[in-house]
Design a protein around this ligand. Structure first.
Ligand SMILES: NC(=O)c1ccc[n+]([C@@H]2O[C@H](COP(=O)([O-])OP(=O)(O)OC[C@H]3O[C@@H](n4cnc5c(N)ncnc54)[C@H](OP(=O)(O)O)[C@@H]3O)[C@@H](O)[C@H]2O)c1
Length: 218
């Protein structure tokens, strides 16, 4: 599979590149800083320079692919304005690029608890921007899967998770989020689903299969 990841040097993305490469996929990562290119190559992805805030149409950088992943984010140090321009508008630009380039599949790294915004003003804007991006994706006509992790940690992954449409708040290592995304990419039946994701006691494959078995309409 050919996969393009927006936010190619993000912490989750950098853990995802080698997993996808080992599975035989070919991966492009969009980055805005040329000095990050070598790190991407070392992690197994082809770097493509593209600032998703500055470019209106990112379809050329996204290129031909079977799936795209939105792993970008303005980050905790940024102000409210960049929550709109990266977390919402960047995600929407990736949807437009997917449509333009005939890419059917879109995996979104969203966040838990967006329906009950909390925290300071900037964090609330972040949650609204992410919620609007998710809504745009649900209405996009693309084969989407929205993954909503709890608080991300840099602990080593355990390979055991809880994954379901609605879970109590919790946390999860970025490495396990990367593993879940890699698994979901290879499960087309996850299209049209939105899942909360935290650490748990079920293997990733079983957690996905159980969530699908319980999904409405089955
Ligand atoms: N932190 C949490 O607890 C938490 C919980 C749930 C969900 N999430 C979501 O998970 C996402 C991924 O997490 P993470 O830790 O892997 O994120 P991360 O390390 O902050 O990575 C985000 C990436 O987006 C890139 N980016 C920012 N602006 C860009 C632009 N204009 N053009 C191109 N790339 C741009 C950044 O690149 P630069 O180096 O150029 O800035 C960075 O590499 C977050 O963004 C967040 O929305 C986070």
């Amino acid at each position: 599979m050919k996969i393009t990841i927006a936010g190619g040097h993000g912490k989750i993305a950098m853990l995802l590149h080698p997993i996808l490469k080992d599975k035989g996929h070919s991966v492009k990562g969009l980055i805005r800083k040329p000095e990050q290119a070598e790190a991407l190559r070392r992690a197994g992805a082809e770097p493509v320079i593209c600032d998703i805030e500055k470019e209106e149409d990112i379809s050329e950088a996204v290129g031909r692919a079977d799936a795209v992943i939105f792993a970008a984010g303005a980050g905790p140090g940024s102000g409210a304005e960049r929550k709109w321009t990266v977390d919402r508008d960047g995600a929407v630009k990736l949807m437009k690029a997917a449509h333009k380039n005939g890419i059917p599949r879109y995996i979104m790294i969203s966040a838990m608890g967006l329906d009950k915004p909390r925290g300071n003003e900037v964090f609330q804007v972040y949650q609204k921007a992410k919620a609007e991006a998710d809504e745009a994706l649900r209405n996009s006509g693309l084969d989407y899967t929205i993954i909503k992790p709890g608080r991300l940690t840099d602990e080593p992954g355990t390979g055991n998770v809880a994954l379901a449409p609605d879970l109590p708040r919790g946390e999860i290592p970025r490495q396990d989020v990367a593993r879940v995304i890699a698994e979901i990419l290879e499960k087309p039946e996850t299209a049209g689903h939105t899942f909360d994701l935290v650490s748990g006691d079920t293997s990733i494959r079983d957690a996905i299969n159980r969530a699908l078995a319980k999904a409405p309409g089955r």
